[in-house]
Write a protein that binds this ligand. Structure first.
Ligand code: C5P
Length: 210
């Protein structure tokens, strides 16, 4: 059983994916972490995330130890991730890791939940259930602001909203694997629904398919 959850930044897909994986005992992969790890490696090498060669190098030898690095979650890393993610050869390099995960979920789990931007369209086009989780840019910026404030960092709403819009723009308009719902994806708008309601809806959809 493969569940693909896509959507824009801060739509709540990570929380939903993690909860579904816990509930059904499936393995979980946050595919954004891979792009973030590449972005972070490039920044740490003092290179620009627009530097194709530097990004390719980081993607070719993906440093999975960065998954646990607190800097992975920083806004600057998210922005760098969305820049390296627009480079086709970076995407190709990261595809194998994601497919291995969905084909053979670690720990012998009988299912996998993957979240990202192109899981339903490119990584797992044959997924059993595809969800596209979205919310208005304002709602997403507000959630991101709360998350950043919760970490004790400063967070200006207008600045975050501008970042969210810039990231949407880049993710939706890139040539390779742009952010868009798969034709057979079910849309869940979390602007008005709270996370528990979204979770219950998703659980029912998975159970229908099990
Ligand atoms: O989801 P998260 O904010 O961690 O993703 C960081 C960036 O990685 C996104 O803005 C997007 O550009 C890229 N990404 C992607 N494809 C995925 C997951 C993430 O292009 N499947």
């Amino acid at each position: 059983m493969i569940i693909a959850i896509d959507g824009p930044a801060a739509a709540g897909k990570g929380t939903l994916a993690r909860r579904l994986a816990d509930h059904f005992g499936f393995a979980y992969l946050d595919t954004g972490s891979l792009y973030r790890a590449v972005g972070l490696a490039v920044l740490r090498a003092n290179k620009s995330p627009d530097d194709i060669e530097a990004a390719n190098q980081a993607a070719a030898k993906l440093d999975t130890s960065l998954f646990g690095d607190p800097a992975l979650r920083a806004e600057v890393t998210g922005n760098a991730a969305s820049k390296v993610a627009a480079i086709p050869s970076v995407r190709t390099n990261l595809l194998e890791f994601q497919r291995n995960f969905s084909d053979r979920p670690p720990g012998g789990k009988k299912g996998a939940v993957l979240d990202g931007r192109d899981v339903g369209t490119v990584v797992c086009p044959g997924a059993d259930l595809k969800l596209f989780v979205t919310a208005s840019p304002e709602v997403r910026a507000e959630r991101r602001q709360l998350e950043i404030l919760g970490r004790g960092e400063a967070a200006e709403f207008e600045e975050i909203l501008a970042d969210v819009r810039a990231r949407d723009e880049r993710d939706m308009n890139r040539k390779d694997a742009p952010l868009k719902p798969a034709e057979d994806a079910l849309l869940l708008d979390t602007s008005e629904l709270d996370i528990d309601a979204v979770f219950l809806r998703a659980v029912a959809l998975v159970e229908e398919r099990l």
